[in-house]
Every structure is written in structure tokens, then in C-alpha cells.
Design a protein around this ligand. Structure first.
Ligand code: AHG
Ligand code: MN
Ligand code: MN
Length: 336
């Protein structure tokens, strides 16, 4: 037998041993996120057999058609955190207004914002999917949190991460002390540490973007992607294009191998597509903890003062040098 595996719970408890005030609630919270992930993964694995593919017929608050699995994944998170004693508010891509969990007040110290199923166009074609989550602290004074208390700058996240349902199910999280990856061992039903202290290469050779939108992009963004595709003399370019349509999966590839993901501003849609509080902020925290960088092209994602739960934001995320070069093009400081 090789070295004894480190489970998610043990990893968090060991990290928390350094903090005398830690109560174990954070490790319980992460275990519950892991449980929701196992339940979603279990549904995804059988989705084609149990009539849960396709659309519900409804549209969500963002005006997007809701897949049955979007709703199922959202419901799993709500059920897992009801009566958990851990979280007193939940905000999700699939819920117009945050849900307050009265039964968890005042004990529940945390608030959770999440994208229950990321990349849901992939459900019907057996491609990767994800769940993205952001954890905020709630001080518990003066009753349940207001909606405004959930709308916080990314530097206030106490933890963040994502699940990725690919050829294996992985959970990657940070609590501000590095980014760590766990692979679900289906045999024992536990997340086991497989990628400790992930460090991103400072520069990569992969870019991920929906290039079908090229003609909607401002000139600086177009020039940047043209640049990535242009051959240079030292073999650093052209970059390889890789795009799955699942942000969590595309960022996961870049987190491990380096490169850049962009869902940029469009000329007629300067706010971009992705959501700040439960897509960009948590992934930015993970990537920065691994030595990478995340910005709108103009300002760091984690310094944006948000105004609304479902606010959108342009996103350029990945290896530090790649994101800096992208910013140069987007801001017009460089053209080649
Ligand atoms: P969601 O399924 O949660 O709405 O997220 C979809 C996002 C993201 O995962 C992906 O990178 C992007 O939208 C894909 O958009 P395009 O189809 O425009 O490329
Ligand atoms: Mn998403
Ligand atoms: Mn989603």
C-alpha cells in the first residue's frame, strides 16, 4: 500500500489546527459542498437514463433557458444546506433572490453564493460540467443577512472553489492558503487529495475563448487573439485553442497547465456574459492563490465593488504573464 490518502475533511482539519479559534464549522461546510457535488455527479452520470436531460421550459433571471439539471443541481444545494446550521443565506444563478435560511440563524456563520451547474449546454452531449462556489462570512448580528450583505467585493471571500464533473469528479478549493485539488474516489466515496498547492505556470500555450464572437469584440481583444495565433520565431506562439463551453473545466485546464481563458466584453455588451459573484470572483480567488491573475482586462476582478447579485463582468483569467499581455492589448498599450 502506498501512502495513506488524505481526505478533504482531514486536509481542512489539519490546516485549521494552526488556528486556535477554529470550530470545525468550515470543514463541515466544505464537507456539505462535497456532498452536494457527489449528488450532482451521481445524477449527471445517469442523466441520459432517467429523463433529466433537456429544458424545463422556463427562463431564469438572466433570461437564459433553464435545463432540468440546472434546477436539480440548484435544489440539491438548497436541500443540503437547509437545517445544516452552517449557512444562513444562499444566492444562486438559478434563484432570482437570495434564500435566507432562518433555521440556521444565528448559528450559521457563512453565506454561500454558487453557480449550481456551470456549462449546462454540455448536459445533453456528455461533456464536462461544473459547480462554482464562493463562501462569505456572516457576522450574525441583527438578524438574517440582507440581500445587500451578500454583494461583497471578492477580497472578502473566505473560501472559494469549484467542482468539475469530467472523466473524474474533482473539487478544487482555496481558503486563502493555496489552492488544493481533490479527486473523488468513487470506490470509497471520498474526495482524496490529488493536487496539493497547485502552482500555475507563469505563462502557458493554451487559450480558451468562444471565438465565434470575434466580430462582436472590441479591436484590442481581436488583436490579442490574432497575436496568440500568429507564429513567432522563438516557438512560443501560436497558442493552442481549447474551449469546452464549461468555464470551470476550461479554467481547470489552465490552472493545471497554464494559459488564458477569456470571456471578454463585447462592443454592444460591455458587461460581458459571466457573473461576478458566483463565477468570476471564486475562480479569481483560486487562480490567484495558485499564482495566476484575473481581471476584466482593465481592473482586477477581486477589487470590483459589486452592486447586484447577478451582475456580469468581462473575464480574462489564467497565467500571470498571459493575463498581463491580454490587458496590454485590451487597454490599447500594445498592438502586436
Ligand atoms: P452557465 O451554464 O452556468 O450559464 O455558464 C455558461 C458559461 C460558462 O460556463 C461558459 O464558459 C460560457 O458560458 C459559454 O458561453 P458561450 O456558449 O457563449 O461560449
Ligand atoms: Mn456558469
Ligand atoms: Mn449555471
Amino acid at each position: 500500500m502506498g501512502p495513506f490518502p488524505i481526505t478533504l475533511t482531514r486536509h481542512i482539519l489539519q490546516a485549521q489546527a494552526a488556528y486556535p479559534g477554529a470550530t470545525g464549522e468550515f470543514s463541515a461546510l466544505m464537507a456539505q459542498i462535497g456532498l452536494a457535488g457527489k449528488m450532482i455527479a451521481s445524477d449527471l452520470r445517469r442523466a441520459g437514463l432517467i429523463n433529466i436531460l433537456g429544458y424545463t421550459g422556463d427562463t431564469n433571471v438572466q433570461g437564459e433557458a433553464v435545463k432540468k439539471l440546472d434546477e436539480i443541481a440548484n435544489e440539491i444545494f438548497v436541500k443540503v444546506f437547509q437545517h445544516s446550521g452552517l449557512v444562513c443565506a444562499l444566492a444562486s444563478e438559478e434563484m432570482e433572490k437570495p434564500v435566507k435560511l432562518e433555521e440556521n440563524w444565528p448559528k450559521g456563520k457563512y453565506m454561500l453564493l454558487y453557480d449550481p451547474l456551470d456549462g449546462s449546454s454540455n448536459t445533453d452531449v456528455n461533456m464536462p460540467l461544473g459547480t462554482i462556489f464562493s463562501v462569505l462570512r456572516f457576522e450574525g448580528k441583527g438578524g438574517l443577512p440582507s440581500d445587500a450583505e451578500l454583494v461583497r467585493v471578492g477580497t472578502e471571500q473566505v473560501a472559494a472553489g469549484y467542482l468539475m464533473y469530467g472523466s473524474s469528479t474533482m473539487l478544487v478549493y482555496t481558503a486563502g492558503h493555496g489552492a488544493h485539488g481533490f479527486t473523488l474516489d468513487p470506490g470509497v466515496g471520498e474526495y482524496l487529495l490529488s493536487h496539493e498547492h497547485i502552482r500555475m505556470p507563469a505563462k502557458g500555450k493554451v487559450y480558451a475563448t468562444n471565438e465565434g464572437n470575434y466580430h462582436k469584440w472590441p479591436a484590442g481583444t481581436q488583436r490579442y487573439v490574432d497575436y496568440l495565433k500568429t507564429q513567432d520565431s522563438d516557438g512560443e506562439r501560436p497558442y493552442s485553442g481549447r474551449y469546452s463551453g464549461c468555464l470551470a473545466a476550461d479554467v481547470h485546464r489552465i490552472l493545471l497547465g497554464g494559459g488564458v481563458y477569456l470571456y471578454p466584453a463585447e462592443t454592444d455588451k460591455p458587461e460581458g456574459k459571466l457573473r461576478l459573484l458566483y463565477e468570476a470572483n471564486p475562480l479569481a480567488m483560486v487562480v490567484e492563490q495558485a499564482g495566476g491573475r484575473a481581471s476584466t482586462g482593465v481592473e482586477p476582478i477581486l477589487s470590483i465593488k459589486p452592486k447586484a447579485v447577478h451582475q456580469r463582468v468581462p473575464l480574462v483569467i489564467g497565467s500571470r504573464e498571459d493575463v498581463e499581455i491580454a490587458e496590454g492589448f485590451i487597454q490599447g498599450h500594445r498592438t502586436s
